[in-house]
Design a binder for this molecule. Structure first.
Ligand code: IPM
Ligand code: MN
Length: 372
């Protein structure tokens, strides 16, 4: 298969983790005889610095003319502490999501057996956790009308949803549940918000088309508690934009590091793949950023094009790296010689030469391996 992939590394650790994901994609291309062609574009703070805009037209055009987007990270502290900044890096990502019509954000959360002790949560609580969050991505309070009064003393953000916006993501979430453990939990705040009551009404109606899926509801405050109290109860969680943003960061605690969580953002026509973590500016250039979330995002990209065996090969490589403790310090503080690049090298090598990596993993920690 030939795929044209837009690569938007963005800010902070974005470029270094994306480089590893590309390396892994190249290993897949080699092994399975595919051709992946990359086109790079500017986005975020770096794009503002170079062009004055967080999402230059040139970048958007690259995304419109390629098959998929591989996204790094966005954000820079110089904007975070300046509420009056007129342009912000995050606007680039939000505009990209809206322009490409990426209305569904899929965020898988999993507790890997060999990482159970990395989570601050108790092993017996997180063991067996395997759920996926379906977060609505182009509506709600993120995109509703924003107002600030003339005197600057009152501000508001409108949370608005239409039946259509709820329906299209709900179908995807129900289909996913049908192929998994057949349970869908709608997370909302229907005891307070009118928009949540619409979500309940629409989702309840759609559920009739998926009789094999059990539907239940949780208020978001309770869901926030249940996710760390009893996470293995969940299968597919469906929710609106901001609730999904918040509970997916919370979910990352289960896996032991936010550096492990990948995501896919899907629309009718376009698809974008990105780690759920941010730009982690403190780590930029230090070689300590975990590339696994970006590498697993590349696996989701492959799966999107039905390259299932290829996606599995990436995941097997990642799992092997975790088993062998070839991991960055966020999950492996004892081996601080394992850099971002070494993790990428290992996974890429494992895909093509699994026997070598088995033999050499001891040496990896000594920096003497022949494969990295
Ligand atoms: C995410 C991020 C973004 C969001 C930011 C960077 C705008 O936190 O993808 O979860 O809030 O959606
Ligand atoms: Mn977020």
């Amino acid at each position: 298969m030939k795929l044209n992939i837009a690569v938007l590394p963005g800010d902070g650790i974005g470029p270094e983790v994306t480089t590893q994901a590309k390396k892994v994609l190249d290993a897949i291309a080699y092994k399975f005889n595919h051709t992946f062609i990359y086109q790079e574009g500017l986005v975020g703070a770096i794009a503002i610095d170079k062009t004055g805009e967080p999402l230059p037209k040139k970048t958007l055009d690259i995304c419109y003319t390629t098959d998929a987007v591989l996204f790094g990270a966005i954000g820079d502290p110089k904007y975070d502490n300046n509420p009056s900044a007129k342009v912000r890096p995050e606007q680039g990502l939000l505009k990209l999501r809206k322009s490409l019509g990426l209305f569904t954000n899929i965020r898988p959360v999993k507790a890997y057996d060999n990482l159970l002790d990395k989570s601050p949560l108790k092993k017996e609580i997180i063991k067996g956790t395997d759920f996926t969050i379906y977060r609505e991505l182009t509506g709600g309070i993120y995109f509703g009308e924003k107002k600030i009064s003339k005197d600057g003393k009152t501000a508001s953000d409108l949370c608005e949803y239409s039946e259509f916006e709820i329906e299209r993501i709900s179908h995807l979430a129900f289909k996913a549940a049908r192929n998994r453990k057949k349970k869908l939990t709608l997370v909302d705040k229907a005891n307070v918000l009118e928009s949540s009551r619409l979500w309940r009404k629409v989702v309840t109606k759609i559920a009739k088309q998926y009789p094999e899926v059990t539907l239940d509801f949780l208020f978001v405050d309770n869901a926030a508690m249940q996710i760390i109290l009893n996470p293995s109860q969940f299968d597919v969680i469906l929710t609106e934009n901001m609730f999904g943003d918040i509970i997916s960061d919370e979910g990352s605690v289960i896996g032991g590091s936010i550096g492990l969580l990948a995501s896919a953002s899907i629309g009718e026509k376009y698809a974008l793949f990105e780690p759920i973590h941010g730009s982690y500016p403190q780590a930029k250039g230090k070689g300590i950023a975990n590339p696994v979330a970006s590498i697993l995002s590349a696996a989701l990209l492959l799966e999107h094009f039905d390259l299932v065996e290829e996606a599995d090969a990436v995941r097997t490589g990642v799992e092997k790296s975790l088993t062998l403790k070839i991991s960055t310090p966020d999950i492996n503080p004892d081996f601080d010689n394992v850099t971002t690049e070494k993790v990428g090298d290992f996974v890429a090598d494992y895909i093509n030469y699994p026997e070598d990596s088995n033999m050499n993993f001891q040496n990896i920690h000594l920096g003497q391996s022949t494969i990295i």
